[in-house]
Design a protein around this ligand. Structure first.
Ligand code: PGA
Length: 263
């Protein structure tokens, strides 16, 4: 009988959100090329690159293979519609047909432009409709010790997952990203990540039942780098990271993938 060292569900997920970086396609190719060389030995991690959508076609051609992990591509946003008169938008179906497997939905930088939970719920549903994995970002705006932030997480989860059928929740990835830690000088502590991770699991259990809830991958995002990644994932007991700045720095990103892969 073939013995698997780690079940597929325990694989870590590392998502590179390049945001609107780098400026030039040539640089994007170089970054990917360098990262590609450095992560080939990853065995227990899947890596998702979310470059600017316009660069996807060129970058996807340069396939990356890991030892047993998977490399996939994602978009940083999608619209709720399938096609039609929606200037500037990209649908989940289009992303799918271009080979994309993931879509970041509800990132705080999109929420800051006016996206609310109702719209985000429709985007989550649009991704699932097209068989794309939504990476749903949630997180409180301010650091608080009063428990108000838990209320915010609760309502974001309840509303943003409002259109997801019980048997589909395992296809959603949740990225917990406290907004004050994004693009900041410091991440939150692993202890904080652990607490929020448990809370998110509790809410998912209430909404979707324990068996389904525990299949959902929960990531942390916000100033994760090579100095804290291992502790955030290990002690925070999350399934991986959503990385911004660290994901466009090849050396940093490679180090993080290697460290997480050993956990
Ligand atoms: P950061 O961004 O890693 O640069 O803080 C994280 C994010 O926005 O997802």
């Amino acid at each position: 009988m073939k013995i698997q060292r780690k079940p597929a569900s325990k694989k870590k997920l590392i998502v590179a959100n390049w945001k609107m970086n780098p400026e030039l396609l040539g640089d994007a190719k170089k970054i990917l090329q360098k990262i590609k060389k450095g992560i080939t030995r990853a065995k227990h991690s899947d890596v998702v690159f979310c470059p600017p959508a316009l660069f996807l076609g060129d970058l996807r051609g340069k396939s990356v293979s890991l030892k047993t992990g998977k490399v996939s591509y994602g978009v940083q946003n999608i619209t709720t519609e399938v096609q039609g008169a929606h200037t500037g938008e990209i649908s989940a179906e289009m992303a799918k047909s271009a080979g994309v497997r993931y879509a970041i939905v509800g990132h705080s930088e999109r929420r800051a432009l006016g996206e609310d939970d109702l719209l985000i719920a429709k985007k989550v549903a649009a991704a699932l409709r097209a068989d794309i994995t939504p990476i749903l970002c949630i997180g409180e705006l301010k650091r608080d010790e009063t428990g108000e932030s838990l209320q915010i997480l609760y309502s974001q989860l309840k509303a943003s997952l409002g259109l997801v059928a019980v048997n589909n929740i395992s296809k959603v990835v949740i990225a917990y990203e406290p907004v004050y830690a994004i693009g900041a000088a410091q991440a939150v502590t692993p202890h904080h990540v652990h607490e929020r991770n448990i809370f998110i699991k509790k809410v998912l259990t209430e909404l979707f039942g324990k068996d389904n809830a525990f299949k959902v991958k929960i990531l942390y995002g916000g100033s994760a780098d090579e100095t804290n990644a291992k502790a955030l994932v290990g002690d925070g007991a999350v399934d991986g990271l959503l990385l911004g700045r660290a994901s466009v720095n090849p050396e940093t990103f490679i180090t993080i993938v290697k460290e997480i892969d050993q956990l």
